[in-house]
Design a protein around this ligand. Structure first.
Ligand SMILES: Cc1cc2nc3c(=O)[nH]c(=O)nc-3n(C[C@H](O)[C@H](O)[C@H](O)COP(=O)(O)OP(=O)(O)OC[C@H]3O[C@@H](n4cnc5c(N)ncnc54)[C@H](O)[C@@H]3O)c2cc1C
Length: 392
């Protein structure tokens, strides 16, 4: 494995850095101080569109594959995810676009579904979002136990249930909703359904309060006799008969996201380390060996965690199994971000604790990285089961 980034990627990172510094960080701080996500009509979102953000990679994916990307498509994505989160991870999610469900729809959607649901994101004329709803008020970790029910009724599916903490759900044009077609059927009965904005039966949208990542909305909603056409089933009618493979495919498409979230955590950790070093330098603390020890420990952990993230992405680019690495890197990167942000808080002392310094925001954002996309405990469980040869 050779770690060498192309000139094109370095240039891309440079552009991301400029945008992050001038646009993303100020927007993220504004949302954090207001303790509320940026409103849909915030000028930041229009600026995102005019700078080419918010577009799907769907039609480029094949082109990129054939053109070849020297460092690999997923390695490139984690490098950019890290840089973006350095400036503000919440803004990364708040930025218009398909977001979380994109890889799922590209991987499992029919051609008609890609055309219909990703098409509007090819060159959107206004800020547009989509959303993926897994988590329910009764729990988010045990994905096989979700209670939201999908019942077939002639040429429709009828959905009933509730979802919570769903990114961008209140502003999404469509939400990909995970539901069970048979409450006793476990994973084999889990399917995903497109529910478009304004469909009768979806409602009760309520934005949750969050300790971190406040720039984007996390929303609860309910589904009551929500009727969607039969072809709203992700993957089309053939999925109905597919048993456990449908669920495995949907979740498999999320495998990359774990490395992406881990890269985000690394970006937060690097920002926290920079704040700590900058503060120590400005306040003549570098002569203190205890402070130097903490900084050394932080940079060592940061570098090791980053190598694990790159390995997970590199394996995926080589089309080699990466379940262990992607779960491991998610655990290690999120814990590293929490450790480094905590060290930063300690080094900054009262300045950090005052509640208006970036380090304090990074400390809150870092904790959320341990929860999203599968908690640390769940990732460790996945690794342990793989090690002893149990099914996931
Ligand atoms: C900022 C933020 C954004 C989010 N965005 C989204 C989103 O866009 N879409 C979405 O669907 N969800 C989203 N979520 C929800 C997130 O995915 C869930 O919070 C997460 O999956 C954990 O579920 P839970 O909170 O219900 O905890 P539970 O599943 O109730 O678990 C509670 C605790 O028990 C632990 N635990 C559970 N089972 C086990 C086990 N078998 N062994 C050991 N420990 C266990 C968990 O690790 C956790 O610490 C978001 C959450 C946050 C905080």
């Amino acid at each position: 494995m050779e770690i060498r980034f192309s000139d094109a990627l370095r240039e891309h990172v440079h552009r991301m850095r400029e945008w992050g510094c001038t646009e993303a960080r100020p927007a993220g701080l504004e949302a954090d101080r207001n303790a509320a996500p940026l409103p849909v009509n915030h000028p930041f979102f229009e600026k995102c569109l005019s700078s080419g953000r918010g577009r799907t990679s769907w039609r480029n994916a094949d082109r990129e594959e054939s053109a070849g990307i020297p460092e690999g498509r997923l390695v490139r994505r984690v490098v950019l995810a890290e840089e973006l989160a350095y400036w503000d991870r919440g803004i990364g999610v708040a930025t218009p676009g398909v977001g979380l469900p994109e890889s799922i729809v590209i991987g499992s959607g029919t051609e008609e579904q890609k055309e219909r649901f990703l098409g509007p994101f090819v060159k959107p004329e206004r800020p547009t979002w989509a959303s993926f709803a897994l988590t329910e008020p009764t729990g988010g970790s045990d994905t096989a136990a979700f209670r939201t029910r999908a019942r077939r009724d002639g040429k429709h599916w009828v959905l009933n249930g509730a979802k919570c903490f769903i990114g961008n759900a209140g502003r999404a044009e469509w939400i990909l909703v995970q539901a069970t077609t048979d409450p006793g059927g476990g994973r084999a009965a889990q399917r995903a359904f497109f529910v478009e904005k304004g469909t009768p039966g979806i409602g009760g949208f309520r934005i949750e309060k969050k300790m971190g990542l406040r720039a984007y909305e996390s929303t609860s909603f309910s589904l009551e006799e929500c009727r969607v056409p039969a072809d709203s089933l992700l993957g089309g009618e053939r999925e109905e008969k597919k048993g456990g493979d449908a669920y495995r495919e949907t979740m498999g498409n999320l495998n990359f996201n774990r490395a992406g979230v881990a890269a985000n955590a690394i970006g937060i950790a690097r920002a926290a380390l920079d704040e700590a070093v900058g503060f120590a330098r400005e306040n003549d603390l570098l002569g203190n060996s205890h402070v130097r020890d903490r900084l050394e420990e932080a940079s060592r952990k940061l570098r090791s965690a980053w190598l694990l993230v790159l390995k997970a992405a590199w394996l995926a680019d080589q089309r080699r199994p990466n379940i262990i690495e992607s779960s491991m890197c998610k655990v290690v990167a999120a814990e590293t971000a929490q450790d480094i942000a905590a060290a930063g808080m300690e080094i900054l002392g009262p300045v950090g604790g005052r509640g208006d310094h970036l380090i304090e925001k990074l400390y809150r954002d870092a904790k959320a990285m341990n929860i999203v996309e599968g908690t640390g405990q769940i990732q460790r469980m996945i690794v342990a089961r793989q090690l002893v040869g149990l099914p996931r």
